[in-house]
Every structure is written in C-alpha cells, then in structure tokens.
Design a protein. Structure first.
Length: 284
C-alpha cells in the first residue's frame, strides 16, 4: 500500500488503480470522498470510471489507513495540500479532480491554489461554505445530533438515499462514515468542513468545471449548486432529478456517464495545459 507524507509528516494512504480498458485517457482521475469517510466511499462506482481513467483514491488524515493526528492540521485547504502530497508521491503532474461533499470543498482549494495540477474539476453535492452557502435546516441538524445513535444513523441513511433504494440495498453502505475513526478525528473533520469558506476565491478557478447535485438533497441543500456555478467562471451545472446526497451511487447510471462525458471532452485551445503531458508512473 503506498503512503505519501504530508508536510507535517502525517502518512497518507492512497491507491492508484490503472485503467481497466485496453486504452484510457492520459489524464488520471482523483476521486475525493466526503467528511469522515475513507476511500471506500467510492467502492460502488469507481469501476465505472476505471474503464476509461486511471483512478486515484485516498484516505483523509483521520480515516482509513492514514495517520490520525490530534492536532490543528485539519482544514479544507490543509486537506488540499494532503491531496497534492499524494499526487507528488504518485508522480502525477496533472489530474482531473472529482470531489463530493467535503471532498468537493477540498477540490475547490486544490483548483484555486494549484491550478496547473487540475485539468478538469467536478464538484458534487458540495457548497462554497459559510457564510454564503445554504446550510442544512435545523430539523436535519437535530436528527443527526440526537442522543439515539440508531435514530441518527437512520436519519443519515435517509438523507443519503431514497427510501426505495434503501429497501433494496441493506448494505454495507460506505458513505456513512469510517467506523474506525477516533472521536477526535471526527470532531476535527466536522470542524474543518463547517469552517470552509471559498467564496472569495472561487472566481480564481480556471479549470473547466462541472457542478453536480441531486434535486432532493437536504443534507447539503441543492441551492448550493447554482451558487457555486455562478461564482466559478464558465462553470456548468447538472441536477440529478430525485437524487439525495449520495446521488453518485444511487443514480450512478445517470451521474457516472454525465461526469465521464464532461471529463472526456476535447480540451479547448486556451485551456491550461491543453497540450502538456500529465502523468508519470506512480512512485513505489
């Protein structure tokens, strides 16, 4: 298992999956998971991207096989620097980046602060952050923060998926959080995501950007999608009808081709890095 080293020395676990088809796109695809989740967030859908792209998944600090420091090193800009450390260790000069939920917040900073490293950007079920984003309602907050752990998990499941889908998919569900996370890491992930605010920086994003959201997402309200789209120059928006927060899994038959088509579009002549090489073999 490869590990990159963050600037503070934290070990960051990641995996590179070579393209499974006979030939693939030259630019690899980095998939960034949601808050308090590890790389298994993508297990149900990664193969759908792997037929065309070499994919890279990672465990955030505090999750999975990565280190879990109890320090003030958890923030969305900090997580973006962790992604950069993974790209450097894997020998990837430039990649497409698809971030969902908190991963989308991290992806915003990666595209702002390191534009040469991001070919195309997909922001899924995410937001620009406070104070300009639309926060979840008080009823959702109460349901998730209740003292009854079983009821809170049931509420989370229903925020992620539709009742019909849940009736047919008993699990395991890999979008409900890494059960091995220590309490301090959960608190720090929550604080990092809650403090995200990229509003003033979003107009500096130069990568072609697609914003994707489910129309029935109450966990991260759908109203954030047009806000992001309006702030990022040239961004496009696609809404998945009837989808909740985990649109990318439940509605993969719609969402995966949508994202693949966007990522596979020919680069515009003035697109940054349109004619440059993008990938090197992963470091051992």
């Amino acid at each position: 298992m490869p590990f990159a080293r963050a600037a503070d020395g934290a070990a960051l676990h990641y995996r590179v999956h070579p393209v499974s088809g006979c030939s693939g796109e030259a630019v690899p695809l980095v998939l960034l998971s949601g808050q308090s989740n590890d790389h298994h967030w993508w297990d149900a859908v990664r193969a759908g991207f792997g037929a065309r792209f070499t994919t890279v998944v990672m465990d955030w600090r505090g999750t999975g096989e990565s280190d879990r420091p109890d320090t003030d090193s958890y923030s969305t800009p900090g997580f973006a620097r962790d992604v950069l450390a993974v790209l450097d260790h894997a020998g990837i000069a430039r990649a497409h980046v698809y971030g969902t939920s908190m991963g989308g917040r991290v992806a915003q900073w990666l595209a702002v602060d390191h534009p040469a490293r991001v070919a195309r950007l997909v922001l899924g079920c995410t937001s620009p952050g406070a104070p300009h984003g639309v926060e979840r309602g008080p009823d959702v907050r109460r349901a998730l923060a209740g003292s009854d752990a079983v009821a809170a998990e049931r509420a989370l499941r229903e925020l992620m998926y539709t009742p019909g889908w849940l009736a047919e998919h008993r699990g395991p569900l890999h979008t409900l959080g890494d059960p091995t996370m220590p309490a301090h890491a959960r608190r720090r992930h929550l604080r990092a995501s809650a403090r995200h605010d990229a509003w003033d920086a979003l107009p500096r994003i130069t990568a072609p950007t697609l914003v994707v959201h489910g129309t029935d997402d109450a966990f991260n309200p759908t109203a954030n999608a047009p806000l992001l789209t309006s702030r990022i120059p040239g961004a496009r928006m696609a809404l998945v009808p009837g989808a909740r927060h985990a649109y990318f899994e439940e509605f993969a038959a719609i969402a995966t081709p949508l994202v693949l088509d966007f990522l596979s579009e020919p680069a515009e002549p003035d697109e940054p890095g349109a004619s440059s090489g993008t990938a090197a073999p992963p470091a051992s």
